[in-house]
Design a protein around this ligand. Structure first.
Ligand SMILES: [Fe+2]
Ligand SMILES: [Fe+2]
Length: 380
């Protein structure tokens, strides 16, 4: 009873925004035509106080809705990267490319622009599939288009369309670097464990990962530092997805919903592993620059010892489930309790939503709370 009350209160809060949010939705029509796919959470205004779960359990629908929201968010910022630094084609349309930024990214790997494009394409497919699957089961999809209100880059190559996410004030926790390189600790077994940062500078301060204007295209060390920040953002975000899916999957009820979560999740892992390798080039000569405009320094980790060396990218075995069991090479963390709220905090703390409205945070919090209430095997 208590949980049900909490749930309906949260949903009531979201509904009051859904009515107010309609005005904002009008401003995003152009972008919506691309990213919105005509799926609108507003349509449920006449359908009663809760999102429809259709033929899915409430828990399964909530898990998939939170995943869909995370994927819309990923798609929004990956498209910003692709417009400026990826391959330009109809799969990820909108931009025209920024030669100086693309060149700085491609210093880290000659195929960087291809990988950026393909990661963008993957994320768009993730949210499009998840929303379509929800609808196919009679459940409500997720629409974040009303929150497409943030100004993006005005540098050459940007489409200039409004954004849901902000890539210009990022604070990055790069401790995943050592979390996957140590065999001694697993945050699931020891929540107080600390893992050193790969790039300490990125964890203090706010840094842009894209050229904000053409003034950011020089000097060379400045645009390289921006590209390096992007490279670390790519890996930071994808290791988050890498933990999100297995964490949520533990509470799926329907085997097909479980199959969706354990089939999308490993593609996030493929992204993470690729980006971890590319980020390694941003912390080795000659591209481990110091940004002359703000002092952000990318250290040389090419011979930094087992915990930090940049080419040790395979996960080290670590404690799993119990210290009494042998160490095991695994994704970590995968603690399921509170995972959605944890991911929302992770995204918020990195500055991805700076400038977003109170309504946006309420909307996301409601989705996360509903996902965290999902229980395996509960029909409701
Ligand atoms: Fe994704
Ligand atoms: Fe991803």
């Amino acid at each position: 009873m208590k949980d049900a009350q909490k749930g309906s209160k949260a949903r009531a809060g979201r509904r009051s925004f859904l009515t107010k949010g309609l005005a904002a939705a009008g401003a995003a029509t152009t972008a919506g035509a691309f990213l919105g796919h005509g799926l609108s959470a507003f349509a449920d205004d006449e359908r009663g106080p809760e999102e429809k779960s259709g033929r899915l359990t409430h828990g399964d629908a909530a898990l998939l809705r939170f995943a869909a929201a995370a994927e819309v968010i990923e798609s929004d910022f990956w498209l910003q990267y692709n417009e400026l630094g990826g391959i330009q084609d109809s799969e990820a349309p909108g931009g025209s490319g920024n030669p100086a930024y693309t060149a700085a990214l491609n210093n880290l790997d000659e195929d960087m622009n291809v990988y950026i494009h393909d990661n963008t394409d993957d994320e768009i497919s993730h949210f499009t599939f998840l929303n379509a699957y929800l609808e196919s089961k009679g459940a409500d999809p997720v629409d974040l288009e009303p929150f497409r209100t943030l100004p993006g880059s005005t540098a050459t190559g940007s489409s200039g369309m409004p954004r849901i996410t902000n890539l210009m004030k990022l604070t990055l926790d790069t401790s995943w670097w050592t979390r996957y390189r140590t065999d001694a600790q697993n945050p699931d077994l020891d929540p107080t464990a600390t893992f050193p940062q790969a790039v300490p500078g990125l964890s203090k301060g706010k840094f842009t990962a894209i050229p904000r204007t053409d003034a950011d295209l020089s000097p060379d060390a400045h645009i390289q530092a921006i590209a390096n920040t992007a490279a670390f953002h790519f890996a930071t975000i994808e290791q988050g997805g890498n933990s999100l899916y297995p964490s949520m999957a533990q509470r799926a009820t329907d085997v097909e919903v479980l199959r969706i979560l354990i089939s999308i999740g490993p593609t996030e892992t493929m992204h993470f592993q690729t980006w971890q390798d590319k980020a390694g080039h941003a912390v080795s000569p000659p591209f481990n620059v110091t940004d002359p405009t703000n002092g952000l320094t990318f250290p040389d980790l090419s011979e930094a010892g087992e915990l930090l060396t940049n080419n040790l990218i395979m996960p080290e075995p670590c404690p799993f489930l119990s210290q009494k069991l042998p160490k095991c090479s695994i994704i970590r963390p995968t603690e399921t309790r509170g995972i959605a709220m944890g991911v929302l905090k992770f995204l918020t703390d990195m500055g991805l939503f700076i400038g977003q409205s109170k309504e946006f945070f309420e909307f996301m919090r409601d989705l996360a709370e509903d996902a965290d209430e999902a229980r395996r095997g509960f029909g409701q």
